[in-house]
Design a protein around this ligand. Sequence first.
Ligand SMILES: [Zn+2]
Length: 501
Amino acid sequence: MLATALSASIAGVDGVPVRVEVDVAFGLPGLTIVGLAGSAVLEARERVRAAVRNSEFAVPDRRITVNLAPADLPKEGTGHDLAIGIAILVASGQLDGERLPGTALIGELALDGGLRPVPGILALVAAARAAGARSIIVPAGNAPEAAATNGVAVHAADSLRAVVRHLAGVEPLVEVGPPGPLRGEHQARLDAPDLASVVGQRVARRVLEIAVAGRHNLAMSGPPGVGKTLLARAVAGLLPRLEDDEADEVRRIHSVAGLGARPIGSMQRPFRAPHHTISTQALVGGGPRVRPGEASLAHRGALLLDETLQFRTDALDALRGPLDSGCVTIARVDGVRAIPARFMLVAAYNPCPCGWAGVDGHVCGCEDGARRRYQARLSGPMRDRLDLHVPLAPVVSGLRGRRESSAEVARRIGVAWELQRRRQGGANSALGADALDARLGFEPRLLALLERRGRQLGLSLRRLHRAARVARTIADLEGSSEVSRDHLDEALLHRPKDAAA
Ligand SMILES: [Zn+2]
């Protein structure tokens, strides 16, 4: 007898519907899974067998063939277990399959018949819904996250038995409601240090505000103890709220990474700060199961590399792709997967091993060679992708007087962001070079000045365009539709210099 159940699989950060077909026939007893199954799906065979037996059902002593369709899609993960188990019970006459059409089954089976959560539930539920499911049964551990999807009834179950009882009409599973109020939001705001706690550093605060307002890549260098990390972490509290369309995308990436319900219901932009010992794969993503890396987890938000020059140089260089294209591309046997990764980079580092190179009134104690090698850890091409650089020095003035809070600065940033969004639908940092014309407030006179400055300073076209985008943001912070000479000069003043010192 033949039975069919609907499930879903992850490809990159997207879900793909999977049809699980089970045939039970006379022949040599055995369980075969076909349909280009990955090793995890083959292990499903053993899990499903044990789970069915330990739920007091029988694995029929027949030839059981499981086909996962479409056949040309490599299936990843363990989320098909439940659909396979249920389809076996239906195909062997132990369960009536009349409720199966319109129902999708997602979850990993434990050997004792329990149901375990799987990563990427949002993408899986979305795929099942698109394939026509009106009801989706998910592991209880995934339920709060899955319930964020509209237009489909989500039922939570904790065991194979509970799913069987639901489908048999004996004991219906509880339908899970949409997630509660935004708990995560306040938490994240509290975690970010407030700018009111930063003493002095007038210039750095200004550059930080410009950087966040236009989502420009920012470098901060200086000796230990000047507050680089504090300022960099304050970025988390300055980023404007996520827009609705961005939030869906962000949630889906975090869901695939198995971060669960944490960012769900929150409109807070991601702020990621991986430790410098992180592997290249963990930073940019990849691996046998294509997990999003920190670069993708920072999508639509900020990625802080504290002690940037301590990161593996290959990891730093691997960020060039996403910094240019806004996505990470991973080559696989079945094609290329692109995972979104458009983030604002915040780099904070000591200018040399001792930390005092280039700081007024201080002497760097490092040997020339050691200093050069250290600075070379941030390669030229990486420096080319920075928009702003601010060197920090120990505070000697500005110790008194009122210090602006993050909330005040965030308000100005929010206004500037709204202007960008209305004008071009996205951040100034994402503007193409061809967009820098009169419609964006760059009058011909200013463009001529830009070229002149470029020649004087010996800047590449790439760097000139970066400065022009920063100038657009400075104008937005002022509420000015036109970009002026002053805006441009301020942008150029804070441009990244070749050597960190
Ligand atoms: Zn030094």
